[in-house]
Design a protein around this ligand. Structure first.
Ligand SMILES: NC(=O)c1ccc[n+]([C@@H]2O[C@H](COP(=O)([O-])OP(=O)(O)OC[C@H]3O[C@@H](n4cnc5c(N)ncnc54)[C@H](OP(=O)(O)O)[C@@H]3O)[C@@H](O)[C@H]2O)c1
Length: 247
C-alpha cells in the first residue's frame, strides 16, 4: 500500500487530484494551511515555516507537491519539504511545474525551475511534470480584463489545459516508480489569446471589444516566442470553450 500525501490539496489542481487518488486503493492524506476538514488525514501546515511537517509526513510513501504561492516562499517550502521527506523516509516526491519555466525570465517561473533542480538533485526518488496554463487562469485573466470598457489581452498564444486532466496524469505518476523529468502535458490546442478572449466574451454574454496589448521586455518576448507552449505534447482533451460551457 502506497500512502500518498497531496500538498496544496485545496487548490485548483490539488482538489481534483485528491478526488482522483481517493478512487484508488491507496490511503490519501492532504496538507495546506487551511485544510477545511477535521479528518486526521488533513494536515494544517504552513510549508514556509515547516512546523508540523514531520508529523504530517510520518508513514507517507509518496508526496505530490502542488502547494504554491506565486507571491513568494516556494523555494523555502520545497527546502522544508525535502528535508522532512528525507527524515520521514518518503520514497517518492512528485512535483508539478510549468512548461518554459527555464526559458521565461519571470520571478515565479525562475523559482519553479530552481525548485525543480533542488528536487531532481536531492537524492530522493523524484518525478517532475511540467504543464501549460490552466483554463481557470485564462478565465480569471479574461474576467479581470472584461471589467474594463475595452478588454485588453496579451497578444500571445496560449495552450490552456484542464487541471482535472493534469490531476489524472499526476495520480498515475504518484502510483508509479520515480521517473525524473517526464514528458510535458499541454492543452489540446494552441490558440491566440484573441480567440480565447472572444470565446470568453461569447460564453459569458459580455459585450466588450478585445484590444491586443504588446509589452516591451524579455518576459513578453519569451511568451511571444512560444516558450510556454508544448504543441508536440497537446495531449489534453478539454478545450477552453468546453471548460467554459461546463463551468
Ligand atoms: N495555475 C496554472 O495555470 C498552473 C499551470 C502550470 C502549473 N501550475 C502549478 O500547479 C500547482 C498548483 O497550482 P494551483 O493553480 O492549483 O494553485 P492554487 O489554486 O493557488 O492552490 C495553491 C494551494 O497551495 C496551498 N498553499 C499555498 N501556500 C501554502 C503554504 N505556505 N503552505 C502550505 N500550503 C500552501 C493553498 O492552500 P492554503 O491557502 O489553504 O494554504 C492551496 O491549496 C503549482 O505548483 C503551480 O505552479 C499551475
Amino acid at each position: 500500500m502506497n500512502t500518498i500525501l497531496v500538498t496544496g490539496a485545496t487548490g485548483t489542481l490539488g482538489a481534483p487530484l485528491v478526488e482522483q487518488l481517493r478512487r484508488t486503493d491507496h490511503p490519501v492524506h492532504t496538507l495546506s494551511r487551511h485544510p477545511g476538514s477535521l479528518q486526521d488525514t488533513a494536515h494544517a501546515v504552513d510549508l514556509r515555516t515547516g512546523h508540523g511537517l514531520h508529523d504530517a509526513l510520518t508513514g507517507i510513501h509518496t508526496v505530490v507537491h502542488c502547494a504554491t504561492n506565486p507571491t513568494g516562499g516556494d523555494l523555502q517550502a520545497a527546502t522544508h519539504l525535502i528535508r522532512a521527506a528525507r527524515t520521514a523516509g518518503v520514497t517518492h516526491l512528485v512535483y508539478v511545474s510549468i512548461v518554459g519555466c527555464d526559458r521565461i525570465p519571470l520571478g515565479y517561473y525562475r523559482t519553479k525551475h530552481t525548485v525543480e533542480q533542488a528536487l531532481l538533485t536531492c537524492g530522493l526518488g523524484v518525478t517532475v511534470l511540467r504543464t501549460t496554463q490552466f483554463h481557470q487562469l485564462v478565465a480569471a485573466l479574461c474576467a479581470r480584463a472584461a471589467r474594463l470598457p475595452l478588454m485588453p489581452y496579451p497578444d500571445i498564444d496560449v495552450q490552456p489545459v484542464d487541471p482535472a486532466e493534469v490531476a489524472l496524469r499526476l495520480a498515475r505518476l504518484a502510483q508509479e516508480e520515480p521517473a525524473g523529468r517526464v514528458a510535458d502535458l499541454g492543452g489540446p490546442q494552441v490558440e491566440s489569446f484573441h480567440d480565447l478572449a472572444a470565446t470568453y466574451l461569447q460564453a459569458t454574454a459580455t459585450p466588450r471589444r478585445p484590444v491586443p496589448l504588446r509589452l516591451p521586455g524579455a518576459v513578453f518576448a519569451a511568451y511571444r516566442s512560444g516558450a510556454h507552449l508544448t504543441p508536440d505534447q497537446a495531449v489534453g482533451r478539454t478545450t477552453f470553450a468546453q471548460f467554459l460551457t461546463r463551468t
